[in-house]
Design a protein around this ligand. Structure first.
Ligand SMILES: Cc1cc2nc3c(=O)[nH]c(=O)nc-3n(C[C@H](O)[C@H](O)[C@H](O)COP(=O)(O)OP(=O)(O)OC[C@H]3O[C@@H](n4cnc5c(N)ncnc54)[C@H](O)[C@@H]3O)c2cc1C
Length: 402
């Protein structure tokens, strides 16, 4: 068995794990290894359905590691406006970057004018680019197509056995997603909540322009979001109760397009479906401890939330910015697993992640309650909020991650 001694082992080369590896070798002098169970990604199709809405913190992080600049207009589209409305009341929230003077940092590259709320990013392509950058970086010991066999945390350094390799490291970072093997092997307990919904994801093109606006309608069976892309295409995330999702999956593309047009109240005209529909079970996950004896959790391994406000990956980028910042200040590799350092990380990130999860659950619940009093109050509340410039400014700032 080949023995390898490194300072930090990151498990999982998803959006968050690959980005952290690249950031750490840029900002510190550590030996970093990255272990991924799958082979390196092949270049994804141009028209794929997986898109994430990223705010400034995430896109700045990606720019810093040299990935954002490579995305190109076809794979990364700035949006300027957000319009949220409700199936069961006349409530509307409508805010945009221009009128609220959200400063553009990327106007020229964005393809959507000088101001924006954020970017719709092809997440598969972004992940592909960051994996390529990892493979080309000789400071990162990358191990793809690797099978983790055991994790031993009883000694001073963590020992990970993976195929024919034994890694010892001061810090093991779990970036291996919601089903995290590392989290389970470290016996960190996770609380799961099943929303009994699936997020149906596909790419569409609409008859009328999407106006670079993220449209979101709260239906009583779950929210429907349109993420605007180049060439007047949009990616949709239709979160629907499982029984409704079954029904939507059974429809032909033509019937599904009609149903979508109806659900959007014909705001964007006829709809044409461009890619196969994919479904993601919607669950939230929280952990009590973000670290344990030389293991620390980031991204979906630490938290996963309902996608209704498109915050999951954004929170993951906040995690790695926080952890990376703390790590880059340590004097010796020995201090990487210091409980004080990891507790500081937990104190900052757990509060923010839990608050966002609580907010998503509250919104999810608020729009499912269809008692007449509640619906009237909801509509009134949304319209009152919409009339306040200060509130709209706050919403715009939140959406753009300022
Ligand atoms: C329908 C939907 C829409 C969404 N929309 C948005 C949005 O608009 N904005 C937003 O910010 N977020 C959004 N999200 C959330 C976002 O996709 C996730 O938060 C993000 O992808 C998590 O990234 P990650 O790297 O932490 O985990 P993952 O993407 O799950 O990556 C984990 C990596 O670890 C690897 N791995 C797993 N197990 C092992 C193992 N045992 N050994 C080695 N490697 C392993 C996996 O192969 C993978 O490469 C959405 C989610 C869904 C479901």
């Amino acid at each position: 068995m080949a023995k390898k001694k490194v300072d930090i082992v990151i498990v999982g080369a998803g959006l968050i794990g690959s980005a952290l590896a690249l950031w750490l070798v840029k900002h510190g002098n550590f030996k970093v290894a990255l272990i991924e169970r799958n082979k390196p990604m092949a270049i994804p199709e141009l028209r794929n359905e997986r898109v994430v809405a990223l705010g400034r913190l995430a896109t700045n992080f990606l720019r810093e590691i040299g990935v954002f600049q490579q995305l190109g207009e076809d794979r990364c589209h700035a949006y300027q406006r957000m319009c949220v409305w409700d199936e069961n009341s006349d409530g509307v929230l409508d805010f945009d970057a221009d009128s609220l003077n959200v400063e553009a940092s990327l106007g020229a590259e964005s393809g959507a004018g000088d101001t924006h709320l954020g970017h719709m990013v092809d997440s598969l392509y972004c992940n592909y680019l960051s994996q390529q950058a990892v493979l080309e970086n000789d400071q990162i010991e990358s191990n793809f197509d690797a099978q983790l066999l055991s994790l031993d945390l009883s000694g001073e350094r963590g020992v990970l056995i993976c195929d024919q390799h034994e890694f010892t490291a001061n810090l093991v970072v779990a970036a291996d997603g919601a089903g995290s093997w590392v989290r389970q092997a470290s016996k960190i307990f996770a609380n799961h909540r099943d929303y009994d919904q699936r997020g149906i994801v596909t790419r569409i093109v609409t008859e009328r322009t999407h106006e670079n606006c993220a449209w979101q309608r709260f239906l009583s069976t779950g929210p429907l979001a349109l993420l605007p892309l180049a060439n007047n295409q949009s990616s949709i995330v239709w979160s629907a109760d499982n029984s409704v999702a079954d029904e939507l999956f059974a429809l032909s593309d033509l019937e599904f397009a009609r149903r979508l047009k109806f659900a959007l109240q014909d705001r964007l005209g006829d709809v044409q479906v461009l890619t196969e529909r994919r479904g993601f079970p919607l669950r939230s996950l929280r952990v009590n401890n973000y670290f344990k004896r030389g293991v620390v959790l980031v991204g979906d391994a630490a938290h996963s939330i309902h996608p209704l406000a498109g915050q999951g990956a954004n929170l993951g980028f906040k995690d790695i910015l926080c952890l990376g910042g703390l790590i880059s200040n340590v004097q010796s590799a020995h201090d990487l697993s210091s409980p004080r350092l990891l507790a500081s990380y937990q104190a900052v990130r757990q509060a923010d992640n839990n608050q966002t999860d609580a907010l998503m659950s509250a919104l999810h619940g608020a729009y499912r309650n269809n008692s007449p009093m509640w619906m009237a109050a909801r509509g009134l509340g949304m319209n009152i909020l919409n009339r306040s410039k200060a509130i709209r400014q706050l919403l715009a700032q939140h959406a753009s991650g300022i």
